[in-house]
Structure formats: C-alpha cells, structure tokens
Design a protein around this ligand. Structure first.
Ligand code: NAD
Ligand code: DAU
Length: 353
C-alpha cells in the first residue's frame, strides 16, 4: 500500500479517488482534518476496504511509528500542509508547525521505518513531497518561466514554510539516503477546491449574488493546471522519477487574475444566466491588494515532459468549463463547506469507525 498524507484536502482527495479508480493498491490516508480537510470529499470510498482513513497529525511521531509498522507502505505521498497564502499572512504559526515541523517529523518517522526494511524494499521505497511553484518567488513579465534550477526565493509565510520543507526533504536524501522525490506544481483548480481560493470563491460568490473580489489591479499572473493533471503527474513521478530529482509541474496556462474572473463570469452567463438578465461581470469589485503579493508565477514543465513523458490532458478552456459545471452540480457540497456542516458529516457517517 501507499501512505498519502493530507488526502482529505483538495488535491489529496482528488489523488486518492483517482488512484483507487486506476489500481487496487490500497491507500492509508492520514489527515488531521483541519478546516480544509473534508471527509465528504472521499464519500465515494465509504465501505471500500482499499481505503484506510486515519485522522491524525503528520507531526505525531508515536502515531506515525505505529501506522508505518502496522501498514508497511512502499511509498509516501506528502500532501499535508497549510496551503492558503492569505491565512499565512494573518497567522503564520500553523504553517510553520505543519509545513516545517510536521514535515521534519514525517521524514524522521519514515526514515526510521525505511531503515528497518529489507535491502530490496529499501531501494524501491519512495518519499514523494508535493510542493509548489511559489517557493521560487515572483517573476517579472519578461522573465523566463521557473525551471528546477531556479533559486528558492519565497515571499510569503506560506511559501517560506514550503521552501523550508523542500530543503528538509533534500537534506534527508543527502544526509540519510532516504529515496525522495519533489514536485513543484503551479496553481491547481477543479472539483473539491475549498472556496477560499480564487476560482471556487468567484464561482460561489457569483452564484450567491455577492461581490467578486479582485486584489489590486487584477493583473497578477498565475499558471493554472487542472487538478487531475497534477494527480497524473504525481503518479508518473512516483512510478518513474529519478531519486533526488525535482520535477516542475505545470500546464503552460499563464493568465492574469482578471481574465480568470471574466472567463468564469462568461461561463456562468451561459450555463446559469442571472434572473435579471445581467452579466455576472457586474459583480466584479476591486479590493485592497494582498500584502507582498507575488506578481507572476510561470512553470517550465519541459523536464517532466521530456524525461517522464507526462503531459496535461486538459487545456484551460476544457478544465475551467468542467470546474464550473462541477460546482453547479454540487451545490450541496458547497453549502456544507460554507455552513461548516461538512464537519458534522464526519460525525454522522464515520461515528462508528
Ligand atoms: P488543502 O488545504 O486543500 O488540503 C490540505 C490537507 O492537509 C487538508 O485535508 C488538511 O486537513 C491536511 N492537513 C493539514 N495539516 C495537517 C497535519 N498537520 N497533519 C495531517 N494532515 C494535515 O491543500 P491542497 O490545495 O490540496 O494542497 C495540497 C498540497 O499541495 C500542499 O502541500 C500544497 O502546498 C501543495 N500545492 C497546492 C497547490 C494548489 O494550487 N492548491 C499547488 C501546488 C502545490
Ligand atoms: O502557485 C501554487 C499555489 O497556488 C499553491 O501553492 C497554494 O497552496 C494555492 O493556494 C495557490 O496560491 P495563490 O495565492 O496563487 O492562490 P489563490 O487562489 O489564493 O489566489 C490566486 C490569485 O488570485 C492570487 O494572485 C491572489 C488573487 N485573489 C485571490 C483571492 C482569494 C484575488 O484576486 N481575490 C481573491 O479573493
């Protein structure tokens, strides 16, 4: 089996669902269930013996020791993190605890377990760390896209904590020989995205008749990748990535934020026209900028394409349409997340486990 951490969050849940749709190799899913962890995301796996869910912290060393000894995974995929930049600006503490201290404890626990494995299993073992393009800092409009050789120049408490975790992962290879892999991916979007992040927030606010907040001048650029394509890249790196290597993952989809917001408005105008006949674009509201806001991210994904033959399946046009449709068809999920009822869903559906 494989151990997935943070598998009840946005990308982790998509990864677990896709993994078990493609293979019968079981998943041990360790997630603390912070505000961002939602077991409702994993509802299709209820009663499926291939999915073992444990509520717990990657920083809980005794728990890790017990779980690793009991389940003996052949690989770890580490999604667990505090992930929202705005939250990190208001309260960096949790980011340091989970992303830095938690990653270090996870590495330590996994290393101790890995050292007990027979030689052949030790050689085949993998620790895949899921990281972000934000560790590379911010680009000017004319800079080339980030490659794996860019310096780490993080600018927010979130990206600084992720850069620290990337360094720890590298150090556990060089010092202890743990067979690690790191992926640095651009902005994801798609089903199960918590509506505090730009794309789901705009969809949900638009449908609720609320303002659509655009930070600053709205001309910051992000490089968007459909979440299922990120999941396929992680599967590919896990299967064939070279130990110790970093793989940048991205969809060559650079877009200014205001264009993203207007695209969502146009799709909603088509798929769920407003009752007053007006465009959702009239709800766009420019608001105060994010402190230290990175101007541009762009990922050069040529290494993973060249070495591992990975390519995204979705264009931005196809991915964003699927995403808007998913939110239109899953209003109950949105309501549960917004009301906090998703936490009760755990009680109701998992109370006897
Ligand atoms: P998310 O916030 O939606 O989910 C994070 C999950 O981790 C939640 O289920 C949460 O409960 C869990 N978690 C948090 N602290 C934990 C702890 N101490 N122990 C165990 N579980 C814990 O995040 P996401 O957007 O799915 O991102 C997943 C990973 O991918 C993160 O490491 C993030 O840095 C990285 N990443 C995200 C993006 C993106 O666009 N969302 C892009 C590139 C990389
Ligand atoms: O680049 C990868 C990163 O992408 C991940 O590592 C992070 O975990 C993930 O949260 C995301 O970070 P961003 O800060 O880029 O995502 P967010 O959705 O918060 O914001 C996207 C852009 O939209 C950013 O320039 C800020 C802007 N924005 C965001 C919100 C929430 C707005 O203009 N208005 C908003 O209300």
């Amino acid at each position: 089996m494989i151990l997935v951490t943070g598998g009840a969050g946005f990308i982790g849940a998509n990864f677990v669902l896709d993994w078990l749709a493609r293979s019968d190799e079981p998943v041990l899913n360790l997630d603390k269930l912070t505000y961002a962890g939602n077991l409702e995301n994993l509802a299709p796996l209820q009663g499926d013996a291939r999915h073992v869910f444990v509520q717990g912290d990657i920083g809980d060393a005794p728990l890790l020791e017990r779980l690793l000894a009991q389940h003996r995974p052949r690989a770890v995929v580490n999604f667990a993190a505090e992930s929202h930049v705005d939250r990190s600006i208001h309260g960096p503490e949790d980011f340091i605890q989970t992303n830095v201290v938690g990653t270090m404890r996870l590495l330590q626990g996994v290393r101790a377990y890995w050292q007990t494995l027979p030689e052949s299993e030790r050689a085949d073992f993998r620790f895949l760390h899921v990281s972000t393009d934000e560790v590379y800092g911010s680009l000017s409009p004319t800079d080339p896209a980030f490659t794996e050789n860019n310096k780490l120049e993080p600018n927010s408490p979130y990206s600084a904590s992720k850069a620290a975790s990337d360094h720890l992962v590298r150090a556990w290879l060089h010092t202890y020989g743990l067979p690690v892999l790191t992926t640095n991916c651009s902005n994801n979007y798609g089903p199960l995205h918590f509506p505090e992040k730009l794309i789901p927030l705009i969809i949900v606010n638009a449908l609720a008749g609320k303002p659509l907040p655009v930070y600053g001048d709205g001309l910051q650029v992000r490089d968007w990748l459909y979440v299922k394509d990120h999941c396929s890249a992680i599967r590919r790196v896990l299967a064939a990535g070279r130990v110790g290597e970093i793989y940048n993952v991205g969809g060559w989809n650079e877009k200014p934020n205001i264009e993203i917001v207007k695209t969502i408005c146009s799709l909603l105008d088509e798929l769920r026209p407003r009752s007053d006949g007006g465009s959702y674009q009239t709800q766009i509201t420019y608001v105060q900028d994010r402190p230290g806001h990175d101007r541009r991210y762009a990922i050069d994904a040529s290494k993973i394409e060249r070495e591992l033959g990975w390519k995204p399946a979705e264009t931005f046009a196809t991915g964003i349409r699927k995403t808007v449709q998913w939110y239109l068809e899953n209003q109950a999920w949105v309501t549960h997340v917004q009301s906090g009822a998703y936490r009760e869903w755990v009680q109701t559906n998992y109370a006897d486990r």
